[in-house]
Design a binder for this molecule. Structure first.
Ligand SMILES: C[S@@+](CC[C@H](N)C(=O)[O-])C[C@H]1O[C@@H](n2cnc3c(N)ncnc32)[C@H](O)[C@@H]1O
Length: 387
């Protein structure tokens, strides 16, 4: 009789034979490499025929290796229960999850299928794309395959990049900056730099601007990798600097971007952008912890905001709301909106700010009032922006 792991591998083999395979994911890594995170396996077609494409995801890079189907299936069997304690097979018929206990005893669970369609992202394809998945940098960054299609595990990331470029494009076209031939952009906390590359490509090749994009990233390995890819693409105006946002030099920046710069790194980015008098600022804040630690819910609101989850959400809204008011106080006109559906990412709030002519004292008064109401004596952005 087959054991649970053999049954899982058998389901994998069957799904490939019957063409119901969607993707396979390995999680709960228990190996020695601290940077290794997970493996996603998809089916691809190359010149030589069908292959299983293994995307080995590390903190700072993705390594992709393609295997013949049979080899890929037996490799999956070897990985499971050894370096990875869990595997999920998505097929159009069912999802199968194989878990291992601490003593490495496998158990198999079967659920209704997450994807009834073999290509989970197919509905998104119908939308007009701004970013081009076949661009060389998307391949080098591990977003797309050699054939120029988005890897199934990377679709949410690609969608985010695409939506961001769309937002930036419309802001830019409606701003005075549109008249300028030369545009300088700084992306603070550029990370794996998917967005930074797409931004450079868009301004250079779609908007036909002479553009300089600088990515600021405190992780020197990530900055180095991004510089290497930029060099390989021949992108002379796209450079990455290893360093902190707090110490970044933004003089002359027209557009300042900080997407998912955690907690107060977003405040540092706002401070730098405002001081550089950037015409457009785009932020996607995340991990808003600072205000949560400093605020106190007023007694008359405790009935509603006394619950942990509500207090957490309130802290997020207060943080971003106070950021918006701070930008308004410096003469920016600000919008806060959900830039991508929460189906793709939970970190989906965007703040855009476009520079006007006059500081707004009323916004300043509102900040004072709200801080008093919620006993926020210590507000990080205020400390750095108004010192
Ligand atoms: C979650 S990633 C986001 C990357 C990219 N902006 C995106 O949205 O895909 C945040 C990145 O910001 C970098 N970062 C965080 N705080 C920073 C700081 N104070 N100075 C420079 N980089 C910072 C981190 O190292 C990380 O690579």
């Amino acid at each position: 009789m087959m054991n649970e792991k053999e049954k899982f591998v058998n389901e994998l083999r069957k799904s490939l034979e019957q063409n119901t395979f969607v993707k396979l994911q390995f999680g709960k890594y228990r190996g020695d490499d601290r940077d290794f995170q997970k493996i996603t396996v998809t089916k691809i077609n190359v010149k030589e025929g069908e292959r299983l494409s293994f995307n080995f995801k590390y903190t700072t890079k993705d390594i992709v290796k393609n295997f013949e189907t049979q080899k890929g299936v037996s490799l999956s069997g070897e990985i499971l229960g050894n370096d990875f304690l869990s595997g999920t097979l998505f097929t159009t018929e069912n999802d199968f999850t194989l878990d291992h206990s601490r003593k490495r005893i496998p158990s198999l669970h079967k659920k209704k299928p997450t994807f009834r369609d073999k290509e989970p992202a197919v509905h998104n394809r119908e939308k007009v794309r701004i970013a081009d998945p076949s661009a060389e940098y998307f391949r080098l960054l591990g977003i797309s395959t050699a054939e120029g299609t988005v890897r199934s595990g990377m679709y949410d990331k690609f969608r985010q990049v695409d939506k961001f470029i769309e937002t930036m494009d419309s802001l830019f076209r409606s701003s005075g900056l549109n008249e300028k031939d030369e545009i300088r952009i700084t992306d603070m906390g550029s990370g794996k730099s998917y967005l930074t590359f797409a931004l450079y490509d868009h301004f250079l090749n779609k908007l036909n601007k002479k553009v300089t994009v600088t990515g600021i990233e405190k992780n020197s390995e990530l900055a180095g990798l991004s510089n290497k890819i930029s060099w390989e693409c021949g992108y002379e105006g796209l450079v990455f600097k290893s360093g902190s946002i707090e110490e970044a030099e933004l003089g002359g920046t027209d557009i300042a971007v900080a997407l998912h710069a955690c907690d107060t790194a977003t405040d540092d980015a706002i401070n730098k952008a405002v001081r550089a008098e950037a015409s457009i600022i785009i932020l996607a804040p995340c991990c808003q912890k600072y205000v949560r630690k400093k605020m106190r819910v007023p007694e008359n609101l405790r009935g509603i905001f006394g619950h942990g989850i509500h207090e957490e959400r309130l802290a997020v809204m207060l943080t971003d709301g106070l950021r918006a008011l701070s930008l308004e106080s410096k003469g920016y006109s600000v919008k806060i909106f959900e830039f991508i559906s929460s189906e793709h990412t939970a970190r989906n709030t965007m703040i855009t700010a476009v520079k006007g002519n006059q500081n707004n004292n009323e916004a300043e008064n509102e900040i004072t009032q709200i801080r008093k109401e919620f006993s926020i004596d210590d507000f990080y952005l205020d400390k750095i922006l108004n010192k």
